[in-house]
Design a protein around this ligand. Structure first.
Ligand SMILES: *[C@@H]1O[C@H](CO)[C@@H](O)[C@H](O)[C@H]1NC(C)=O
Ligand SMILES: *[C@@H]1O[C@H](CO)[C@@H](O)[C@H](O)[C@H]1NC(C)=O
Length: 440
């Protein structure tokens, strides 16, 4: 004899009610109703499969709860920036500059070499000569560089804002900017950097100008987030892909690009970051995977000493700035390598070099405001960017010393520029998303 459906239903309902009553009267051991932080939180593993000490259990829950509190603030910062980008109606274009590149083609990008000044022994000052570490304010007269950065920043913010709000106006504006810079015959840029980091009085730019395109990853990582919008323009994206493809060809095949790739210092590291993102955007994933692993190993082996010092950066007059700057690029490389399945964060070179060692090398000097830093440094010991690296370092290696340092350094950072909270980047890292908003 089978039971009727109605009987079964009755059993289920009564069973559920009894279950709830029993659960409330006799909760399981580790379930305490008044303290949600005591909820069972599954163990978090590092990339080697070992449980993370600090980040498990209660501490992890506390940490998340702080992050949640920051969430609101972070989103409103982001939307603020995206709204500014949305409302900005001025033109971003290389064709606006008052002075053309030697080619006389208004579509050629040009930027002036940062550390070059008029030669006082020459009547017209030409060609300019190098004073490393001293920025010539004249570089501001040619705006291509700042437009390019603004473009990448705007598209990134608009894409992220769309991701969080699903408001299609952000996508519409991002598409507008992309077309303006890469597609429209009137305003577009030619796909090369022949005249980047140009020294007045010379014929061409320099290989170091390739660094100008460094933030391209900010635009490229936000584009996939916008494709689901009905305002996304697939034809324009084809044209952008075509541009990127030509540009990458230029990078790979001209002496400016090839020499920049061979640079031992931050220029080479950032070249690698750029190349990985470009390859990936072009759909050449296999090449990107190979490139990212090789680059990570090469840069750690050759750019970091067993002590953690970055010798190619410490020899610059602004040695602190460049040590942090190259470390940012190493973080970007490590993130990409991890994304592609290779644990670059914990890679150790043949002499014991590693990215963590490079962080630890800088840490005491950040805490002592540069006391006993054994290298020439004509700049201040600005710590904002380093603090951002420490926040990531804490998430990556769960070492309490980073958290302690952040607590000490954050209040000091206020002396410098605004230090935004990094909730989104930390969150994105923890959830393995591709949003990489942390490093400017
Ligand atoms: C728009 O962007 C341009 C280029 O960066 C900038 O010079 C200008 O001040 C911005 N305008 C507004 C209203 O924010
Ligand atoms: C999208 O964002 C803009 C700018 O913040 C706002 O004016 C508009 O009302 C929003 N649209 C929707 C549908 O929320």
């Amino acid at each position: 004899m089978g039971l009727s459906n109605q009987t079964i239903l009755t059993f289920i309902i009564f069973g559920t009610i009894w279950f709830i009553i029993l659960w409330t009267l006799f909760p399981p051991e580790n379930y305490v109703k008044d303290d949600p932080l005591q909820l069972d939180i599954s163990t978090v593993y590092d990339i080697n499969g070992n449980p993370k000490d600090f980040i498990n259990g209660r501490n992890y829950a506390n940490y998340l709860s702080i992050l949640r509190q920051q969430h609101h603030q972070m989103l409103s910062n982001l939307l603020n920036k995206a709204d500014k980008a949305l409302k900005n109606d001025s033109i971003y274009s290389v064709t606006l500059k008052p002075q053309l590149a030697p080619s006389n083609d208004p579509h050629d990008y040009m930027s002036l070499a940062r550390y070059f000044w008029p030669d006082p022994t020459q009547p017209n000052g030409l060609p300019y000569m190098r004073r490393d570490g001293y920025t010539n304010p004249e570089i501001e007269t040619v705006k291509d560089y700042s437009f390019l950065r603004k473009l990448f920043e705007d598209v990134e913010n608009l894409g992220f804002a769309y991701y969080f709000t699903r408001n299609d106006s952000y996508v519409e504006k991002a598409v507008y900017r992309i077309k303006e810079w890469f597609v429209n015959p009137k305003t577009r840029m030619n796909p090369n950097l022949k005249y980047a980091s140009f020294i007045k009085g010379q014929e061409f730019g320099r290989r170091t100008g390739v660094l100008d395109m460094r933030p391209v990853y900010r635009m490229l990582q936000s584009i996939p987030l916008m494709r689901s919008s009905y305002k996304w323009d697939h034809l324009a994206e084809e044209q952008l892909k075509n541009w990127i493809s030509k540009y990458y060809k230029w990078l790979e095949t001209t002496s400016l690009g090839i020499e920049e790739k061979e640079a031992k210092n931050n220029h080479g590291t950032y070249y690698d970051v750029q190349a990985i993102y470009l390859l990936s955007y072009l759909g050449r994933e296999e090449a990107a995977i190979k490139y990212s692993r090789k680059a990570l190993i090469h840069r750690v082996n050759t750019g970091i000493l067993p002590t953690g010092q970055q010798p190619h950066e410490t020899k610059r007059p602004t040695s602190w700035f460049y040590s942090v700057f190259n470390l940012q690029a190493l973080f970007l490389l490590a993130e990409r390598s991890q994304y592609y399945g290779f644990d670059g964060w914990n890679y150790v070179g043949p002499e014991g070099q590693s990215i963590k060692k490079a962080v630890d090398y800088l840490l005491p000097f950040a805490l002592s405001n540069g006391k006993d830093w054994p290298f020439k440094n004509i700049d201040e010991f600005k710590i904002n960017n380093f603090i951002k690296l420490l926040e990531l370092a804490f998430v990556i290696w769960s070492d309490n010393k980073y958290l302690e340092a952040i607590t000490i350094l954050r209040p000091k950072a206020l002396r410098f520029d605004n230090l935004e909270d990094d909730y989104i980047c930390i969150w994105s890292l923890m959830t393995n998303r591709q949003l990489w908003t942390c490093l400017k």
